[in-house]
Design a protein around this ligand. Structure first.
Ligand code: SF4
Length: 798
């Protein structure tokens, strides 16, 4: 599309591509003490030798398997027996010892409240807390930060006091977004890390396995309890060719999301390989790994590369790079030649086009060349209302320098952003470096507003007064675009794209504009962008910025520290343990009433909304008031409407409260991929808090299914998905066969549900459970934490 009829095209000199690859890596950062951040390679290699002894001789391992299996507590127990000759992936439960835990401020509250119930003096592995999700974007970095610190003071005080008490590194508000900080400080090739956030896989950009979990899983690692994971299948993605022009690593994952859909990665690790991998920057790989969460993948990883080595040096972690080089020489940080994948997808980077994904789901992928047609066919808005770049997905130095190259071109053509153009730096390191190198000035000179180093609009912390309740379209370089996620408006359509495409489109304000082919009209004639260019690493090194945000490394626990929770607080509440749902910890579940049947997509955002509710993350009674408030009731097609036994209609949480008051156990029937999205354990805690005992689904998202088990709710899968509509609200449902499974006298995975209709008719529905032996104990004790606490007490009294 040409926006002007003039044939004169203004082209601007743009910066030559300056790749850092092959040059000495600049670092202005002092070399860090890497003792606590270097993976324990000798131990991992030794475990891997034991693994090879257990597996059939000559077994070839993928990189993902090497990292996972080298973290096994007991290879014989997890892989031996039938596992030695049988199938492991998708079948066996692995008992793992993660190396590290990272927690963001919203999810850390409940993780720490749970950790406190175990009464241990310190954490078993290094851990960090990152204050990023509670900073609301409104006017700009400084004022937003000051206001948000004031508004969330009691939460930050609580987190800081817990960090001090247990020896956790505490990253203050303003320090940056958890995943960017982890990549810059803690990620290392071959490491196994848990993070209480679904985009934890971002750290996979450094050739490790970083897995998003709920707080209860984090507590496993923090208490040195075996962390259990069903051995994932491995999807291999072979990259060939080279990215061209406007195509970026973001476009690769947007394209792959379109191929795999939001369910395609469930129960799988995505492992990239092939000649196209080493050419990608480390931060570009992190973007790809970050959005692996959007296809439901357990995590994503890449073989150790020269770009990873350079990134480690540039961020002051030369000793980690040296240790990784040694481990790589022993074959640890790449797949064995001939290793097999469960599925292989090949992508030729040379043919990859920029993509825009959405609206309302990250897997609706449209190539840029067809986007205008897509919008017009669907009658979607074609006027852009806001452009947002940054977030943990895309705020690397490379992203910012390439975006600045577009802004420079626009500025020279006399253009300014036509719409609000918001930039979220991922960390203080990035912000300070971008400022030092003049990129921030460039962006501000074309109308950008630089926000605080925090999640901001990406997590709904965006005070947006315009377009309330209106259909409108925004472009973001974020990773997720479910309804109402960014500004609370169900009608805002968020299309995900690379920061380069978002920025270029901000200057046209028109979503029909294709910056790779079209021109923008200017007083000097039509102006056409040249493809962006930039630096992978800052040419004169990173600038650390304000060091007061950062913690001192490996702080010593201070057991005398008082945990800061006021009994009057509406934000924080000491957690009371749940009781068991089983009589004497045995038998079948008591008969339950079906409270409702949830229809269609039900993400953790639907089950426990974010946005304004984030402030109650540490207060279970208060946050539970949002339970399933955007879910659709299949029986009346209404949002947030449930019918109580007496026929009265109310909101879903209010109806749940009535059941709780009557002490009446209840269950839910839900649809496919229930609980996809953020690793939000509140989505399991809240139904449990109101008395939910069982959820039967067409299918579950992995993390959420585990979270339900952790909180003592039994998740069951319909064997025949069409049985979904055989259970309706007010039916009385009992389990059959569960008692034998709980007692260990049956190895069957079948649980039959006896469903008694209000009419007296009885139907039977076959379901399947996925409980491991430990998970059976969690159910028996009422929650995983009850079980961990009981075991710890048993050990200390022995
Ligand atoms: Fe924050 Fe958004 Fe990244 Fe989540 S996806 S960590 S909300 S920036």
């Amino acid at each position: 599309m040409v926006l002007s009829s003039s044939s004169r095209v203004t082209t601007l000199p743009h910066r030559a591509i300056r790749l850092s690859r092959g040059l000495a890596t600049p670092s202005t950062l002092p070399i860090k003490d890497c003792t606590s951040i270097t993976p324990p390679y000798p131990r991992l290699l030794k475990t891997l030798d034991q693994v090879r002894d257990v597996l059939p001789k000559g077994s070839k391992l993928t990189l993902a398997e090497k990292i996972l299996y080298s973290h096994l507590r007991n290879p014989e127990e997890s892989l031996g027996g039938n596992g030695g000759n049988g199938k492991i992936r998708g079948e066996r439960y692995l008992k793992l010892r993660p190396d590290r835990v990272a927690m963001q401020d919203a999810s850390a509250q409940m993780a720490l409240l749970q950790f406190m119930t175990c009464r241990l003096p310190s954490c078993a592995v290094p851990a960090s807390i990152h204050c990023d999700h509670l900073i609301q974007a409104q006017t700009g970095a400084e004022s937003d930060l000051t206001r948000s610190i004031e508004a969330n003071k009691e939460v930050f005080d609580f987190l800081e006091s817990a960090a001090q008490k247990y020896g956790i590194e505490f990253w203050k508000p303003g320090s940056g977004i958890i995943h960017q900080i982890v990549l810059e400080n803690y990620a290392a090739p071959g490491l196994l890390m848990l993070g209480t956030d679904s985009h934890t896989p971002n750290a996979g950009g450094l050739g490790m396995l970083a897995i998003g979990v709920g707080g209860a899983d984090a507590v496993d690692a923090l208490t040195d309890t075996p962390w259990e994971l069903k051995a994932p299948l491995i999807t291999g993605v072979k990259l060939t060719g080279q990215l061209q022009g406007w195509a970026t690593p973001k476009d690769l994952i947007l394209h792959l999301a379109g191929k795999l859909t939001v369910r395609g990665g469930t129960g799988r690790i995505i492992e990239y390989f092939g000649p196209g991998v080493p050419a990608q920057s480390c931060t570009g790989l992190a973007t790809i790994a970050n959005m692996g969460a959007e296809v439901g993948a357990t995590t994503s990883t890449f073989p150790y590369s020269d770009n990873m080595r350079q990134y480690l040096h540039a961020t002051g972690r030369g000793p980690v790079a040296q240790a990784a080089d040694e481990a790589a020489k022993q074959g640890f940080l790449s797949a064995d030649e001939g290793a097999e994948y469960d599925e292989v997808i090949e992508i030729n980077l040379s043919e990859l086009e920029p993509h825009l994904n959405g609206p309302f789901t990250p897997d609706l992928a449209t190539p840029l060349s067809s986007f205008s047609n897509f919008l017009n066919t669907n009658k979607y808005p074609t006027t852009l209302s806001s452009a947002l770049i940054g977030s943990c997905t895309n705020s690397s130095y490379e992203d910012m320098s390439r975006v600045a190259s577009i802004a420079e071109q626009a500025k020279a053509a006399g253009l300014k952003s036509k719409v609000p153009f918001l930039v979220t730096p991922g960390s203080e390191l990035i912000r300070a470096t971008v400022e030092k190198d003049g990129l921030q000035d460039t962006l501000e000179s074309v109308g950008a507003t630089v926000l605080a180093n925090a999640c901001g609009p990406c997590i709904g912390q965006w005070k947006r007064d315009e377009h309330k309740g209106e259909d409108n379209a925004i472009l973001t370089s974020f990773n997720r675009n479910f309804k109402a996620r960014n500004d609370g408006n169900l009608k805002t359509m968020n299309f995900l794209a690379s920061p380069e495409i978002v920025t270029a489109m901000a200057f046209s304000g028109d979503l029909n504009f294709n910056p790779t082919t079209d021109s923008i009209s200017t007083p000097n004639g039509p102006f056409k962008f040249q493809p962006p260019s930039g630096d992978r690493l800052p040419p004169t090194g990173y600038s650390a910025g304000d060091l007061s945000y950062a913690p001192s490394p490996s702080p010593t626990p201070k057991p005398e520290t008082e945990i800061a929770i006021s009994p009057e607080s509406t934000r924080l509440e000491i957690l009371e343990p749940f009781g068991t749902n089983f009589a004497d910890g045995k038998g079948e579940l008591p008969q339950m009433t079906c409270l409702m049947r949830v229809k269609g997509k039900c993400t953790t955002d639907h089950i426990s909304a974010a946005g304004a509710w984030l402030k109650y993350k540490g207060h279970l009674s208060n946050i539970s008031e949002n339970t399933l408030m955007t879910a659709v009731n299949d029986e009346n097609n209404q949002i947030n409407k449930a019918i109580d036994i007496d026929g009265s209609e109310d909101t879903i949480p209010k109806t749940m409260q009535k059941y709780k008051k009557r002490n009446e156990p209840w269950m839910l029937v839900v649809d496919d991929n229930y609980g996809e999205g953020s690793a939000r354990e509140h989505a399991a805690l809240q139904p449990r808090f109101y008395g939910g005992a069982m959820i039967v689904a067409r299918s579950f998202a992995r993390i959420h299914e585990t979270n339900l088990k952790k909180q003592g709710i039994l998740p069951l899968w319909f064997i025949d998905k069409s049985d979904y509509s055989k259970i309706s609200s007010h039916d009385k449902v009992s389990t059959q066969g569960l008692a034998d499974i709980m007692a260990g006298t049956s190895t069957s995975d079948i649980v039959v549900l006896r469903v008694e209709k209000p009419s007296g008719e009885v139907v039977e529905v076959k379901t399947r459970h996925t409980l491991s032996a430990d998970q059976i104990e969690w159910l028996r004790f009422g929650s995983a934490l009850n079980y961990i606490g009981a075991k710890a007490r048993e050990t200390s009294s022995a």
